[in-house]
Design a protein around this ligand. Sequence first.
Ligand SMILES: Nc1ncnc2c1ncn2[C@@H]1O[C@H](COP(=O)(O)OP(=O)(O)OP(=O)(O)O)[C@@H](O)[C@H]1O
Length: 122
Amino acid sequence: MTKKESFFINRIKSIKYAFKGAVLLISTESSIKIQIFIGIIMTIIGFIVGLSPTEWILQTLTIGLIISIESINTAIEEIANFIHPEYHPKIGFIKDLAAGAVFIFAVIAIIIGCIIYIPKFF
Ligand SMILES: Nc1ncnc2c1ncn2[C@@H]1O[C@H](COP(=O)(O)OP(=O)(O)OP(=O)(O)O)[C@@H](O)[C@H]1O
């Protein structure tokens, strides 16, 4: 196999593993299921109120980022549980930091939602 061929095969394998990860997240993680459900509801509301292209971009980006950050948080929790299943203040600190990252973007998402939707309803 040439170097170029193995590069492409490795890239295809990476996409396959990433897809498997996305399926695992959606099928096993309740927090991800909730985020996806909220994303679908917001998309339906977006069609009802008639978002502009810019508003669609912002909303889609926000939904995607929330799900991605939540997924990374889940991965960090899994690593923490694997390397130290017992109680440890440092593990608690690491998990709190990861949860904090989700919280920060959740607040931003609510602000973006208010900026988009408040003028449409009031
Ligand atoms: N092994 C541990 N040692 C110390 N504190 C922990 C430990 N596991 C969890 N905690 C504390 O409990 C909090 C919740 O942890 P947990 O792993 O249950 O996350 P969660 O947000 O409930 O998970 P999920 O996203 O799956 O609902 C952590 O943020 C941390 O403060």
